[in-house]
Design a protein around this ligand. Structure first.
Ligand SMILES: CC(C)(COP(=O)(O)OP(=O)(O)OC[C@H]1O[C@@H](n2cnc3c(N)ncnc32)[C@H](O)[C@@H]1OP(=O)(O)O)[C@@H](O)C(=O)NCCC(=O)NCCS
Length: 170
């Protein structure tokens, strides 16, 4: 189900058929370095992950994470972006991740800008936040381009390092 379209991209709901892409994404070097190893090692693991995360979010909330497809590449799915309400954070969180071959083409900005528009107009979200490791320069660069500004250091997850919290009022 398509939820938005930009010049070059289509954003649509993730299904269990996206398991091979999610497996590749969650084992890409930047995901492992900046987000962490979620121990998703087979297509079946990825399908279960989708079932228990993205599909569950669609049931609980109006919004969630969406796959990013490139129109000029026969709708190849190159990553995900979307919104998540984490119990550890006050506001809805925006996130994004793209397969390495598709970094540096402006796809992250194009897709996440559309998510911010949806957050405001369709989902009526008043404030968005984002968390990132301080060493994740591509993510910080993208958050700042999207108009989120640095707030403070936070430690929302016991087992993790300190993260930078960004936010933007819509
Ligand atoms: C963070 C991440 C999504 C950024 O993706 P991206 O698509 O490369 O990011 P951007 O949209 O900012 O584009 C990057 C560069 O593409 C360049 N670019 C090339 N062609 C472009 C075009 N047609 N339009 C716009 N920018 C273009 C831009 O110069 C931009 O760099 P700049 O902002 O320094 O000018 C990506 O690095 C990623 O998936 N990282 C791993 C997962 C991760 O860490 N997620 C965040 C967790 S907190």
């Amino acid at each position: 189900m398509i939820i938005a379209e930009t010049n070059r991209l289509i954003l649509s709901k993730i299904t269990v058929d996206d398991a091979p892409m999610i497996l590749e994404l969650m084992n890409s070097p930047d995901w492992l370095k900046y987000i962490g190893d979620r121990n998703i090692k087979t297509v079946e693991d990825a399908a279960n992950y989708i079932q228990n995360n993205q599909l569950k979010c669609y049931e609980l909330y109006d919004y969630g994470y969406y796959k990013i497809q490139v129109k000029s590449e026969n709708l190849k799915a190159i990553g995900t972006t979307g919104l998540l309400k984490r119990e550890q954070l006050e506001h809805v969180d925006i996130g994004f991740s793209i397969l390495p071959d598709y970094h540096g083409k402006g796809y992250g900005y194009e897709a996440a800008s559309e998510i911010i528009k949806l957050a405001k107009t369709t989902f009526n979200i008043k404030t968005l936040c984002a968390i990132t490791l301080p060493i994740n320069k591509p993510s910080i660069n993208l958050l700042e381009k999207l108009g989120l500004s640095y707030q403070k250091r936070v430690k929302p997850f016991e087992e993790d390092e300190e993260l930078l919290l960004f936010a933007k009022d819509l």
